[in-house]
Design a protein around this ligand. Structure first.
Ligand code: AMP
Length: 176
């Protein structure tokens, strides 16, 4: 997957010193790389039944929308607190400094529906762990969590696998 890795731009010291921000806008802007990323993310699930794709705000919406369309599945947005108009369920999760909350509509998935969770990147796994728990609290069968980028040094994969959910990623970068 060297060419996919090359289509992701690295921005050193953003949003703060010591962090290398993995900017996927360059991948999204490259038609071939965008298609290849979505195709490869979904390869393990071709021919399996997927009812919904859940995307985490905001970059997970772009990849998740494309993935849902490709799988002929529905799309479910998981959003920051206060953005969704109908009745929601919410979960608090830890950030590096303090806590935040994410929400989804309480009727967005039905019990037993097979759901794939999508985001651009997994770092510590805190965000995807909260999203998985939210989906599971509504009775969803989260069949996988998929990410274009993994930062394996931060150990996020294990957090998701501990919830019984396999993780599929395309590109790994060392460090933060
Ligand atoms: P985490 O909860 O630590 O797994 O962080 C994952 C979330 O933060 C994802 O929604 C990513 O988009 C964002 N994120 C964390 N670290 C980076 C990074 N180095 N580059 C780009 N996005 C990041």
């Amino acid at each position: 997957m060297t060419d996919l890795a090359q289509s992701i731009r690295a921005i050193p010291d953003y949003p703060k010193p010591g962090i290398i921000f993995r900017d996927i806008t360059t991948l999204l802007g490259d038609a071939r790389a965008f298609r290849r990323a979505v195709d490869t993310l979904l390869l393990p699930f071709v021919g399996t039944k997927v009812d919904k794709v859940a995307g985490i705000e905001a970059r997970g919406f772009i990849l998740g929308g494309a993935a849902a369309h490709q799988l002929s599945a529905g799309f479910v947005p998981i959003r920051k607190k206060g953005k969704l108009p109908h009745a929601t369920v919410s979960i608090a999760y830890s950030l590096e400094y303090g806590v935040d909350e994410m929400e989804m509509h309480e009727d967005a998935v039905q019990k037993g529906e097979r759901v794939i969770l999508v985001d651009d990147l997994i770092a510590t796994g805190g965000t995807a762990e909260a999203a998985t728990k939210l989906l599971q609290s509504l009775g969803a069968d989260v069949v996988a969590a998929v990410f274009v980028v993994d930062l394996p040094d931060l150990g996020g994969r294990k957090k998701i696998e501990a919830l019984g959910v396999p993780v599929h990623t395309l590109v790994a970068f060392d460090g933060h």
